[in-house]
Design a protein around this ligand. Structure first.
Ligand code: V1P
Ligand code: CA
Ligand code: ZN
Length: 332
């Protein structure tokens, strides 16, 4: 697994904070932040720590939230608990896309203990990982706790309370004139589309019948970003062959038009077969081929996580892909 002659190995910065395992959206909730710790254990088990710079990321300061998500900071001052949310903010929760979490019905965005800390954690890390690239200290930066693509400026949506992708991409755009966002989560990355107004191209692959049901081919970018967004709705049960054929065909065109100077990729693992919420039929290898495709472009790249609800798949996929990024082909 030595690099090909003459092609220097990419310098990789990998971020992980073990406290991610302490966040719990509730027993019945599909999103399990602890899956990132399981992926990390496998990544370490395969000795990938020896190949990368490993950063035990710290809690981030609050600047990012003033920029994009003032709601969580201003409304709750970071101290939000389910009790406080119900008593003090009950009537306003809905307008922020939140739910006090005491309903019988399953809620996507419950206020759970530590929700603000969780947001502070993964979004701060994504920005920090982006800064590794803008400062030229890494070629590839990885944060599997990030990739939380549905959150809006002032509203939570679909398990996503803060949009770390938008924050980190804004950091990249300080240095790189044009960024390309690619999203292979089974859900459409609706919350990231705002970036098409800011020199960010996007190409997203998803199940067109799923939540949030946005991403029609007519959504081609906002205002001056008209033409910057390429959404590819795909059908249930799609397999590796047709998926990758479509991915390559679209990405070749997008690359030519966009000429990106950096890439952000959301690697949601819920597009892999057997996911608890997803209905695609991709293998781990098939999912990984998209990451390989992007890596061969040799551009600064921010690699983020995303969805993924069958935890063994998530850990195996992200470990396999972390291996690919490190020029290592991992076998069982
Ligand atoms: O379908 C909905 C909403 C709730 N309805 C009124 C419409 N929500 C979905 C949200 C999926 C979020 C995916 C996030 C990501 O893209 C990025 C991290 O992967 C939903 C579903 C579903 N099958 O689509 N929520 C839930 N299932 C759910 C399951 C268990 C507990 C709570 C919510
Ligand atoms: Ca997607
Ligand atoms: Zn998803």
């Amino acid at each position: 697994n030595e690099p090909l002659q003459g092609i220097p190995k990419a310098k990789i910065a990998y971020f992980f904070n073990p406290s991610v395992a302490s966040f719990d959206l509730g027993d019945d909730h599909a999103m399990k932040p602890a899956r990132v710790a399981i992926a990390d254990a496998l990544i370490e088990g395969y000795a990938l720590y020896r190949k990368m710079g490993v950063f035990a990321s710290l809690w981030h300061s609050d600047w990012g939230y003033c920029l994009f998500h003032r709601m969580l900071k201003l409304a709750f001052n970071g101290n939000v608990t389910p009790e406080l949310a119900t008593s003090a903010w009950g009537p306003y929760l809905d307008q922020f896309g939140l739910d006090a979490g005491n309903d019988e019905e399953k809620s996507d965005c419950p206020v759970f203990n530590g929700v603000y800390k969780w947001c502070q954690h993964f979004s701060g890390v994504s920005v920090e990982a982006g800064r590794m690239l803008t400062e030229g200290n890494a070629d590839i930066a990885i944060n599997y706790a990030g990739g939380i693509h549905h959150a809006r400026r002032s509203s939570a949506s679909g398990f996503c309370y803060i949009n770390d992708i938008v924050l980190a991409t804004l950091e990249l755009l300080r240095m790189f004139p044009r960024v390309l966002y690619v999203d292979i989560d089974v859900h459409h990355g609706d919350g990231v589309q705002v970036l098409t107004e800011h020199d960010c191209y996007e190409s997203t692959y998803f199940n067109g019948k799923f939540f949030p049901t946005t991403g029609s081919k007519r959504e081609t970018g906002l205002r001056q970003g008209e033409g910057f967004s390429v959404n590819i709705p795909l059908d249930d049960h799609i397999r590796d062959g047709p998926y990758f054929e479509t991915f390559c065909e679209v990405m070749d065109l997008v690359m030519t038009h966009c000429q990106p100077s950096a890439i952000v990729v959301q690697t949601g693992a819920d597009s892999i077969a057997g996911d608890k919420l997803g209905t695609f039929n991709l293998s781990i290898r098939g999912h990984g081929r998209c990451i390989e495709y992007l890596k061969t472009r040799n551009l600064p790249m921010l690699v983020l996580g995303g969805g993924g609800y069958t935890i063994a798949n998530v850990a195996r996929a992200w470990t396999y892909e972390c291996g690919l990024l490190n020029d290592a082909i991992l076998t069982d």
